[in-house]
Design a protein around this ligand. Sequence first.
Ligand SMILES: Cc1cc2nc3c(=O)[nH]c(=O)nc-3n(C[C@H](O)[C@H](O)[C@H](O)COP(=O)(O)OP(=O)(O)OC[C@H]3O[C@@H](n4cnc5c(N)ncnc54)[C@H](O)[C@@H]3O)c2cc1C
Length: 441
Amino acid sequence: MMKFSARFEGRFPHVIVVGGGFAGLELVRQFKNQPFEVTLIDKQNFHTFQPLLYQLASGGIGPDGIAYPLRKIVGVIPNIRFRMAEVQSVDLVQKCVKTNVGTFPYDYLILATGAATHFFGNKAIEAQAFGLKSIQDALALRSSILLRFEKAINASSKDERLSHLHFVVVGGGPTGVETAGALIEMKQHVLPVDYRELDASEMKVTLIEASPRILAAMSPTSSERARLDLEQMGVEVKLGVAVQSYQSGVIRLSDGENLKAETLIWSAGVKGAFPEGLDASLVGKSNRLMVNRYLQLQSHHDVWVVGDVALVVGDEQYPNGHPMVAPVAVQQAKIAAFNIKSQANGKPLRAFKYRDNGSMATIGRHKAVMEAMGFKLSGILAWLGWMFLHLMLLVGFRNRLIVFINWMWNYFSYQRAIRLITRQDVFTGQNQKSAYQNENQ
Ligand SMILES: Cc1cc2nc3c(=O)[nH]c(=O)nc-3n(C[C@H](O)[C@H](O)[C@H](O)COP(=O)(O)OP(=O)(O)OC[C@H]3O[C@@H](n4cnc5c(N)ncnc54)[C@H](O)[C@@H]3O)c2cc1C
């Protein structure tokens, strides 16, 4: 059993927070200087600002703009410490978590472990498609996109070249829309400058969505506006079709069409991710852990679950669970911290009620859609609003400054500043990409 550091004397209840994402960071804020000893555990030593991963993948910004060291956040807070460790299992009876660096006992446990890409059991697609959930995913995708351009130059036939230059994005949620928009901007502004040997008009971006419209969480007006914007920029949007298989560079669609493309980007779904040791009866839809309105794990009232991995049961407004977005994670973290403090002091708990402040997606230069407080906005105002909000939400002044400078550079130069191929083995055969990712996670 691992020893606590000198700072932790066991005078106060020990809270373990697993996950330093949006929920984890808010929990750190809520427990700062409170009469609790808190251990924040994450398998990475940094927080990832996932909403801008697509910009990392398309070379618009570097990893240091959207990642923030967790030790820098907790280092100055006396009652909170950080451990870089992967929680492998939870023992609800012994009240401890088992990690690759030792076992940690808890009085209160908060699981904020987020979500993973959901391939719906399709192993072939999982092995070959790119997900976009982590810095490692985005860096692998960036290398792959740029390598495809290099390969296209040396292709021995037009067919082969077109296949290298065809990028298919699956899933018409904000991530898919933003990724497709960023790729088509590479076609417009990067390809003609950096890859003059290629005919830029041969690059193609296809966005596939199984439901009848993209951005289904927004109003039909905003969905339609986003579709028209994407199409006007040159993205082919296919609605009402699903991907059935992906073999040897051929994507088979549910309407019988076959698309030849060497790059498939999967943003069609996410599922809850959590350590082992939790009974199957605790797991609900989309592999999320079922919690009551107070965010406690069913029948284990010293364990709390927040963020993407939590499925709140009994909220009539959200019978299928809350959306997997950052504001839900932050608001749930606030309630979980409040309830733990209340429970420790014998006070009544508060039920979680999601306050939806709206949603937005950016499509490209001067193009975005935004809905908030009954208002719908699109075009340049929505685009500026999107940029301002994302800058403000980034962790740390340095990160904001780095991202802002990169955006200004990209805006005025029409370039994607960080066009670096950092790995060359991302697609040299089936399973190579996953092997690379496993090795780096
Ligand atoms: C590409 C992309 C774009 C997005 N865009 C938006 C957007 O525009 N707006 C929006 O509101 N939301 C967006 N989201 C969703 C948003 O990022 C998530 O809802 C949010 O990150 C959830 O926060 P969380 O704290 O629950 O989990 P996360 O932020 O995912 O954090 C989970 C943490 O847990 C750690 N962890 C997981 N398992 C373990 C383990 N076993 N042991 C130790 N540590 C572990 C992980 O390393 C990670 O740091 C986007 C997501 C993606 C992937």
